[in-house]
Design a protein around this ligand. Structure first.
Ligand SMILES: [Mn+2]
Length: 286
């Protein structure tokens, strides 16, 4: 690695324990991440789980808790639930501070499940979508100072509607970016989920590069199937190298369903991320 290379940004492999280790005991999942030599974890909702035991186990292994989800998600589309949203934000920020988590994933409505039509902006629906996005931006603007005071970044995550989240109102990275430019806060950024955006819009490298200033986190899984990189159609090495070249310096969260042994899936994915960092396959194995 040249000294020039060493000064460049660095991608940090991270594992979403809830999806990768679906059905596992949380503590055993955290132990498995540490055994794979990976230094960051993330998870979904915090409510109803033993958050202190989770944090204690992460500390034991010196693992960073990179992100968790706002819990509960509140429907922000109609502009009538801002008080509930701020309550959910402050409650989740308290938990984030308690466990040393610096990022909260924010969905703008309870996440619907199931396949459905694409939801590209449609002229007939244009004014409805504009109003919804204005309402989302207004709610996030009110939440921004709370996040800032806690040293936590709120991350807006667009999701695909075609395969997984029928009818979710933010399905493209550009929609998310438009809302975030309106919010205009360093405490409210974009979570670019490469799996979701490949299904929604493709054009991954252009979209990541165009919004590099807004990126706070990446999620990865291949398409189709949401499995580990190498099982589908995405060239992750090129996508991640481009993200890094565009200045992205942060976690790459494996939010994926392993085709087989989860440990093998996270190890091979971590090696690919190391290659995108400019390491050799050999050094990535050590
Ligand atoms: Mn995601």
């Amino acid at each position: 690695m040249s000294s020039n290379e060493a000064r460049r940004s660095r991608l940090i492999p991270c594992v979403c324990i809830d999806l990768v280790f679906n059905g596992w005991d949380t503590i055993k999942a955290i132990d498995a991440v540490a055994a794979a030599g990976i230094s960051a974890i993330e998870f979904w909702g915090w409510r109803g789980r033993d958050i202190d035991a989770l944090a204690e186990r992460a500390r034991h292994h010196h693992l960073q808790i990179a992100a968790m989800s706002l819990d509960p998600a509140i429907r922000l589309l109609d502009g009538d639930a801002v008080a509930q949203f701020l309550e959910s934000i402050s409650e989740s920020l308290t938990v984030a501070r308690q466990i040393g988590c610096r990022r909260l994933v924010v969905h703008v409505q309870p996440v619907p499940m199931g396949s459905g039509p694409r939801r590209f902006p449609d002229p007939a629906q244009d004014s409805v979508l504009r109003t919804q996005r204005r309402n989302i931006a207004a709610a996030l603007k009110k939440a921004a100072p709370l996040a800032e005071a806690s040293g936590v970044v709120l991350m807006l995550e667009p999701l695909n509607t075609l395969v997984d989240h029928r009818g979710y109102c933010l399905s493209c990275s550009g929609d998310g970016a438009e809302v975030l430019r309106e919010v205009d806060s360093t405490a409210v950024k974009l979570l670019f989920d490469v799996y979701h955006m490949q299904i929604s819009e493709g054009n991954l490298i252009n979209s990541i590069t165009a919004n590099a200033d807004l990126l706070a986190h990446l999620h990865i899984a291949d398409v189709p199937g949401r499995h580990e990189p190498g099982t589908g159609e995405i060239n992750f090495l090129n996508v991640l190298t481009a993200a890094r070249s565009a200045g992205y310096d942060g976690c790459v969260g494996m939010e994926l369903i392993p085709t087989g042994d989860p440990l093998a899936a996270i190890r091979s994915t971590a090696r690919m991320i190391e290659l995108a960092n400019g390491g050799s396959a050999e050094s990535a194995r050590s």
